[in-house]
Design a protein around this ligand. Sequence first.
Ligand code: ATP
Ligand SMILES: Nc1ccn([C@H]2C[C@H](O)[C@@H](COP(=O)(O)O)O2)c(=O)n1
Length: 669
Amino acid sequence: MYATEFLDLPALAGAGGTVRLPGSKSISNRVLLLAALASGTTEIHDLLDSDDTRVMLESLAQLGCTLSRDGAVLRIEGLGGQVKQRQADLFLGNAGTAMRPLTAALALLGGDFQLRGVPRMHERPIGDLVDALVQLGCPIDYLGNPGYPPLRIRPAQVSALQLDTPIRVRGDVSSQFLTALLLALPLAAGNRDVVIEVVGELISKPYIEITLNLLARFGIQVQREEWRRFTIPQGSRYVTPGRIHVEADASSASYFIGLGALAAPLPGANGIRIEGVGSDSIQGDIRFIDAARQMGAQVDSGPNWLDVRRGAWPLKAIDLDCNAIPDAAMTLAVMALYADGPCRLRNIASWRVKETDRIDAMEAELHKLGATVESGPDFIVVHPLPAGQWTPAAIHTYDDHRVAMCFSLAAFNPDRRPVRILDPKCVAKTFPDYFETLFSVVAADEVPVLCVDGPTASGKGTLAAELALRLGYHYLDSGTLYRVAGLATRRAGLEPEPAHEAAIADLARALPLCFDAGRVLLADEDVTDAIRTEAAGMDASRVSALPAVRTALTELQHSFRRLPGLVADGRDMGTVIFPDAPLKVYLTASAEHRAERRHKQLISKGIPAILADLRADLEARDARDSNRSVAPLKPAQDARLLDNSFLSIDQSVEQVLDWWRQAQPFETH
Ligand SMILES: Nc1ncnc2c1ncn2[C@@H]1O[C@H](COP(=O)(O)OP(=O)(O)OP(=O)(O)O)[C@@H](O)[C@H]1O
Ligand SMILES: Nc1ccn([C@H]2C[C@H](O)[C@@H](COP(=O)(O)O)O2)c(=O)n1
């Protein structure tokens, strides 16, 4: 996951390949609650691991559920309709799929519970559900604003519940209220039928279908009359299915369906294959494929896979009732930028009470890209954005995972503008590895590189590693490659000198090198410390002066240039290896400061060192590195010079980040 302040997506040029998506959030949290309410052990396969499922799991554990993990399998010992802990203070983050169903279940289980979440959760309505539960006889108090969490649930007597008349609940604000009642009320159906009636037009019906489907898997056969009346038969009892599999998230699939529809195919790949969800899906958002087809995508499907390719191009404009696919429909709003006319997405009032007011959010952010957008209480119209009119934008994500994910599709714009996603870690709600997955199937014409070159002990490695962390970029410490080549040379019994140039180059070309969690492995041997000695540095400097060795290591260095970007440090990053890098920094410090730093560094590791010797060694190394015939150490013509003799590490980092920001075209509004 990218836990950076922002993530810059360079202009993307094409897509192709296979993705396997994480489990469905809606299914995961329903299954967790049902497994907890049932008697016996449920084995859940491929459960989503994300913020929203984590808060549900933590709550169930607090209530006394025993949970155990075995790889991708989670086992839950069900509570059999009882909670072990009758008092608990539960934090549910911003997970509506946890807050609503747990409210209903805990109201019926009897106990003293407080349910709270993040500030946005306290702005998301729950009054209609609470009204229905209070009408039943469950005592629930608002601890903040009436109609919204946080809540306090006090013990109710199941025998005293008012079950003679149907329980009435509104269906036109959030279908989660009905889902919550359907999941919980089997607890009260021991001696009588329990009837729920929906008031108003029920929205997001496919989510109710998921609920009914999963209830049936846990032994509860709800009788449905239209979408107005639901009867839980007398004697209903949760029965664990023993083993249950969570299919991949159909809403998450929408980004990759959109990607296949709008991205030019990569050579050798036949569009995008999505694994884990397909035509057999019980999720309503699978119908997103119909919308994508209407826009021109070619979609083939099997029971648990989808193949998506670009069909009509530009995409075709649509005018669509999106009530059944509210979450996935956000993806359509970004696809609309590539359509042949304005796209109208209707019946999406529920967007206003989701993680953020999604209608306002989408309008504001699409606007930043340069698009013309109109909106109303329950619709949005997005006009296509022609070439020449795209603006590089920093997309505010409102702590809303879907805003972050759908706007990644804007990086395919014809003007080749990069897109900045602010607070990219918000995707952790449902798809923590979204951007990593995206980068595995897309290509950019130009992956940005930030180069840091300079003499030894100037602090290049320290600076470059921190920059990579802050930007979410890959990191190449090119000196390591020469150090390992030097070590391999010694191990082969060779002197690092021109007489052995061809043999050393052969060794360098075939180095069995692997980087693993900050360690450097050479043919499975950890050589991290062995290559850091002063002698190893000197050997590295000597092999690096051999032209054939430099050529042998060029391809390996280029292979580090991967999405979303690279920070590379060395001697010739800006001059030879990545001459097109948008920012090159030449980092220096006086020999005196560098020798002192190295001295401190070695002493802190318990390695004895003499300051004067170190200074002499580093000056000798600088002289060799600067005077060799190929790729000598020198600033690139367009490099920014930074002497950090009197700067702290933080000051150097901030200075370079400042230059980096200046080199980017984003305006942060
Ligand atoms: N601006 C700075 N101020 C003080 N100390 C620094 C600064 N930058 C780096 N250092 C310290 O200097 C030492 C050497 O830094 P580092 O290893 O990053 O240098 P380098 O240029 O990558 O060296 P080499 O080329 O030999 O690999 C480290 O102990 C580091 O913490
Ligand atoms: N791009 C590079 C990186 C390193 N070298 C050589 C020269 C250095 O003295 C030696 C070790 O590098 P360090 O780990 O100290 O950065 O490797 C080079 O020629 N080109």
